[in-house]
Design a protein around this ligand. Structure first.
Ligand code: BGC
Length: 780
């Protein structure tokens, strides 16, 4: 693979203009603030290939389902994140000729994503077909402190000779989603307005009546002699869903004209529909008053705070340093935890793929990142999101014929299932396990057991009810089974007794009962209230205990492994290394039928369970299963390598851990899977973070203590990361075999470093030495 982007610790840099790379770069250089996201489309018109993307979190469209063979239980629609008002547009005309990079001779082009400050900039020199040469310097960001504000500084210099310039900043809601099922447009215009000093559009979605209003104001500045007359003519344009202003002026040779565009994008999710227009105007005018530089300073400060609490520093490997910061940056751009109606789409705000909807990725992969690097309300809001969808999850179970309990959707925007492939929609019921696990994970990490009484137990009880009804008792096997499922490994469908699904179901039942007991002692009123509200009976809880004790969890004694599913060992087992490389990736080279019959595993399955329930299995059990399953895993989901990296690290397979880490750390920066043009793999970025902190750092929480067993990959001089834990803020630095932990937070940390228990008070530090791991490195 050709390395394309420049390596730099804090920046992603593209040098030179390669039209074939435009869409990939549009994804990689995306900006976002948890409220809105923007692909790195050019401000000015561009006739080359491009995926336009301006997204407002939570504004979606229920696009009518398109499916070959309709099956009862399918949802009527697939919810899609909407391509919303294009607020970045600034068209440029030079001497009557439109500036379009795809028709120019590009002499110089640099695009930079500044991760430290949360800005995107571009600098270019181009010659238009008519011969005029111009330089463009642009800088834009979506503000973190002022979430509705997006702002752009766009400077045009007429090189060599004077030029007649026309700059047209505009707002355009006449946009499409590339993934629209029926090539429909999703927006209707409500109103638009354009005057000399502002432009505004207001639109509504054709279904669900989401409304968005965008208001734009601007400033214009010119370099040069202050006394020089600076004459600008303004022409306004408006049509359905569009408003803009053309500013015509003459630029002297080498004179720079700078346009500052301030846009407020507001939605009916946060404001009353009839106040939107006024709100947008007020916010845009406020931004103008603050001015570009003040907004930029505030942006820098907001990002400095995020980095202060969650940076990872890798010395001795600049590529790795850049990659991990890129992952952290994208995660913070996607979700800020201020709004419990929002969640994390697998591609964040960087593309349309996966519809911007919520998957089990959030609970299984993303939660730990936010638990460790942000205030605890951020992770809590991810849980509240599911709590608020509990009623819908119950309706979903009822729709599929269950008499009680909740089945959360595999893919959702508002709590309703919107995925429609039977093997995923109906069979990947393991998502219920991850949702229960996230509650456990959150409470273990934060110590916030009040959450259980208030919200958690009710969710757990409804999940348990679902499992109670979903199991089938086998007289023959004397055990409860779960038939006809797809596990996390989507390369096998409709299998019986997927170990992971069964294990997480049994664990959920057990954990629910444990929480009930805990509440009985600690929050009896809360328990009583929930039990009454949902009509919980002891017949049910007794049954849960029985199912959890007698769930079928098949093992093969000879191989010493847990069976991924009943028939797994009937397959021909051949390591991936024995396959000719031309077959890989299997999902692009093999028929689906061949994949399903093969032993090859898409992503961690049994190992996902051993990762989640890691404190219940000894190292030897983990080793046997890892040694068996990893060699037949093709890691064709970007969510796979991280779990393997973490387990490998725990097993002392340090080279393997590093190899697995490398598979996702630069996935998008190097377009490793050739699919980054669809958007970045945002949820897998959280997995990459886990590979470092839980893998190399060995971070776990056990019995209210933060456990660390760090090592640094051999090629790195040192690794440092920061995690918050119950009011402590720990800076962990690993150098060779020595780890030093400094507590920069206000509270004392209950810490276990290399098996040594320490109460690390605020401001204190401690060091520990890692025992040499005899012969373990790379021993797979
Ligand atoms: C994975 C799923 C995941 C989805 C979205 C699929 O390729 O197999 O586990 O939820 O991608 O990231």
């Amino acid at each position: 693979m050709k390395p394309y982007l420049k390596v730099n610790e804090w920046r992603i840099i593209e040098e030179g203009f390669d039209p074939a790379r435009t869409e990939v770069s549009e994804s990689v250089f995306s900006i976002g603030n948890g409220y809105m996201g923007q692909r790195a489309n050019f401000e000015e018109q561009y006739s080359g290939p491009s995926l336009q993307g301006s997204y407002m979190a939570g504004v979606y469209y229920p696009d009518k389902t398109r499916v070959g063979w309709w099956k009862n239980g399918y949802p009527e629609y697939f919810a899609k994140v909407l391509n919303s008002v294009n607020w970045i547009g600034i068209d440029v005309e030079v001497n009557g000729e439109a500036f379009d990079l795809s028709t120019c001779e590009v002499e110089h082009f640099t695009r930079t994503l500044n991760m430290k400050e949360g800005t995107l900039s571009r600098s270019l020199t181009a010659k238009l077909p008519g011969g005029a040469r111009i330089r463009i310097e642009s800088l834009r960001f979506v503000s973190v402190p002022f979430k509705e504000i997006g702002t752009i500084r766009y400077a045009v210099t007429a090189l060599d000779a004077p030029a007649q310039l026309k700059l047209t900043p505009y707002l355009d809601a006449d946009v499409v989603n590339k993934d629209s099922n029926y090539e429909e447009k999703f927006w209707d215009g409500v109103s638009q307005d354009a005057a000399v000093d502002h432009a505004r559009v207001e639109v509504r979605t054709k279904k669900l009546d989401f409304r968005v209003a965008s208001h734009m104001v601007y400033e214009l500045a010119a370099t040069g002699d202050e006394d020089q007359e600076f004459h600008v003519e303004a022409d306004t344009h408006k049509r359905d869903k569009f408003a803009g202003i053309t500013l015509s002026l003459r630029a002297e040779a080498d004179q720079t004209i700078t346009l500052y565009k301030y846009v407020a994008n507001v939605t009916s999710r946060d404001h009353e529909p009839d106040t939107l227009v006024d709100k947008a105007r007020e916010l845009a005018e406020d931004a103008l008053e603050r001015g570009f530089d003040a907004l930029l300073d505030a942006q820098r400060e907001a990002w400095a705070e995020k980095w202060r609490d969650g940076d990872i520093v890798i010395e001795g490997d600049e590529k790795a340093q850049q990659a991990i910061r890129f992952n952290i940056f994208q995660l913070h751009q996607t979700y800020t935890g201020e709004d419990d109606r929002l969640n994390i789409g697998p591609k964040g705000f960087t593309g349309e793929k996966y519809g911007g909807s919520t998957y089990w990725d959030t609970e299984a992969y993303c939660l730990p990142f936010y638990l460790s690097t942000a205030d605890s309300h951020v992770a809590r809001n991810l849980l509240i999101y599911r709590y608020k969808h509990l009623q819908k999850a119950k309706e979903n179970a009822a729709k599929l014929g269950f008499t009680k309990g909740a089945l959360y959707p595999m893919v959702t925007m508002n709590g309703e299932e919107c995925h429609n492939e039977w093997e995923i929609t109906f069979e990947e019921i393991h998502r219920n396990g991850a949702i229960a696990y996230a509650i456990y994970n959150y409470v273990e990490y934060t110590g916030d057991s009040a959450y259980l009484g208030e919200y958690g137990f009710e969710v757990l009880a409804e999940l348990s009810r679902f499992w109670e009804e979903r199991v089938t008792y086998s007289e023959r096997r004397g055990a409860y089974q779960i038939l006809g499922v797809t596990g996390p490994n989507e390369y096998e469908n409709n299998v019986n007794n997927n170990w992971y699904t069964n294990r997480m179901a049994a664990w959920t039942l057990e954990y629910t009962l444990q929480v009930a007991n805990q509440l009985k002692n600690e929050q009896p009123e809360a328990l009583k209230a929930v039990a009454e509200r949902i009509g919980l009976t002891t017949t049910e809880t007794d049954k849960w205990a029985d199912i959890s004790a007698r769930m079928l969890l098949a093992e093969d004694e000879e191989a010493g492994i847990f069976l991924q599913q009943d028939g797994f060992l009937d397959k021909e087992i051949l390591p991936v290394s024995h396959l000719d490389q031309v077959h890989l990736p299997l999902n692009q080279n093999w028929s689906w039928d061949r994949i399903l019959r093969s032993c090859y595993i898409k992503q961690a399955d049994v190992l996902q369970g051993l990762f989640f329930l890691g404190d219940r299995y000894d190292l030897e059990t983990k080793r046997r299963n890892f040694d068996f399953y990893e060699p037949i895993t093709v890691h064709e989901s970007s969510l796979s390598p991280c779990v393997h990296a973490i387990l490998a690290a725990e097993l002392g397979y340090t080279d393997k851990a590093y190899e697995m880490y490398l598979r996702t750390s630069r996935l998008d920066l190097d377009n490793y899977n050739n699919d980054t043009e669809d958007g970045c793999h945002t949820t897998s970025m959280a997995g990459t973070w886990m590979s470092v902190v839980q893998g190399f750092g060995g971070l776990r929480v056990r019995g209210g203590r933060l456990v660390l067993n760090p090592f640094s990959p051999a090629s790195w001089t040192s690794l440092s990361f920061k995690v918050g834990f119950r009011g402590a803020r720990l800076q962990v630095k690993v150098s060779g075999n020595t780890t030093t932990v400094v507590n920069e937070g206000p509270e004392t940390a209950a810490l276990t470093l290399y098996d040594r228990e320490i109460e690390l008070a605020s401001g204190e530090s401690v060091s520990g030495e890692r025992e040499p791991q005899a012969g373990a490195a790379g021993a797979v």
